[in-house]
Design a protein around this ligand. Structure first.
Ligand code: TYM
Length: 330
């Protein structure tokens, strides 16, 4: 049986990008594999949340993952800091992670530009912590979006380096996974880049958004004056709108608007109205589940405790084997 692992930082509500990039694939795989899903609260400390915010965000994240279809009886869903062995493995991997390679990571360079007065060591070593998350369960497959590809490559580098150094085949080399297809990148509504929680108001559609909010966001999405030539290539904002439609609407709907575009007959207002209704139809059952679970603290605690126990059984075993390989006192 293959081991599958994925995780998300608890830094705000879950959006369509998180869902189609990572969660949906994980949910599809949870029945056939040994699956771990975790809430990356150590990672979220790079942006210095308050204790109250951290706690609230972790709970909200858990609620949303459950609502989106993770079954805690089948998969192991846990909070990263409930498996402190992760921090030990992170320390050990850091001994063989080099400043040069860490500084070259795209996400580090982007973050450093975005928060120049807070380029902390956690930010620089983010990929080693992520490698620790994955290697601690010796995972084979990691369902993630396109933006995490480079981190997975680093994880393979660290795994190989450890194996070579200690002349072992202890760690498998994990791959980023989307059922043999290209990894997904869901664009935002502002015409550029990816959908993200820190990309500005109105750029992301959250699973917890109510229908009114969704309609408003979609109707405000950036478009242009429309094509003036038959079969013209689509500029980025229009490509983005189609990409979101491809995720939530039926293939017939996408084909219909595609034909309209190619014939220069498209009315973006109509397309957005349709898109908004399809997003609402898709998110509504998840939103209802979020509301229902949010008030059930006893259940949330039970799920967290259960996940903690299962994660520690697996992660604890890995770390004690690693200690032995490295040469610490058994
Ligand atoms: P995070 O919290 O930024 O995002 C969580 C997951 O959602 C995916 N994602 C997207 N996919 C497609 N289109 C988008 N617009 C989009 N936005 C986000 C991300 O690719 C990711 O899969 N470093 C990770 C969390 C993490 C992790 C791990 C993941 C820590 N350790 C170990 C997997 C394995 C992160 O910041 O994801």
């Amino acid at each position: 049986m293959e081991i599958v692992l994925s995780g998300i930082r608890p830094t705000g509500n879950l959006h369509l990008g998180n869902y189609f990039g990572a969660l949906r694939n994980f949910v599809k795989m949870q029945h056939e594999n040994q699956c771990y899903f975790f809430i990356a609260d150590y990672h979220s400390l790079t942006t210095h949340p308050t204790p109250e915010n951290l706690q609230g965000n972790v709970k909200q994240a858990l609620v949303e993952y459950l609502a989106a279809g993770i079954d805690p009886e089948i998969a192991t869903i846990y909070v990263q800091s409930d498996l402190p062995e992760t921090a030990e493995l992170y320390l050990l991997l850091n001994m063989n992670a080099y400043k040069g390679e860490l500084e070259r990571v795209t996400t580090f360079k982007e973050k450093a530009k975005k928060q120049p007065d807070n380029i902390n060591a956690g930010l620089l070593t983010y990929p080693t912590l992520m490698a620790a998350d994955i290697l601690i369960h010796r995972a084979h497959k990691v369902p993630v979006g396109k933006d995490q590809e480079q981190h997975l490559e680093m994880t393979r580098t660290f795994a190989r380096r450890f194996n070579r150094m200690y002349k072992t085949e202890f760690f498998p080399e994990p791959v980023a996974y989307n059922f043999g297809e290209e990894l997904v990148k869901i664009p935002g509504l502002d015409g550029s880049g990816k959908m993200g929680k820190s990309e500005g108001e109105g750029n992301a559609i959250f699973l917890a958004d109510d229908p009114k909010t969704i309609r408003k966001k979609v109707m405000r999405a950036v478009t242009d004056a429309g094509p003036t030539e038959m079969n013209a290539p689509k500029p980025d904002p229009i490509k983005n709108l189609f990409a979101i439609m491809q995720a939530v609407s039926s293939p017939d709907t996408v084909a219909y608007f595609d034909e309209k575009y190619n014939a220069c007959e498209i009315r973006y207002g109509d397309m957005k109205k349709q898109l908004a209704e399809d997003v609402v139809a898709f998110t509504e059952p998840i939103r209802e589940k979020i509301l229902e679970l949010s008030s059930d603290d006893a259940y949330i605690k039970k799920v967290m405790d259960m996940g903690k126990e299962k994660a520690r059984a697996s992660g604890g075993k890995t770390v004690s084997e690693i200690r032995e390989i490295i040469g610490f006192r058994p």
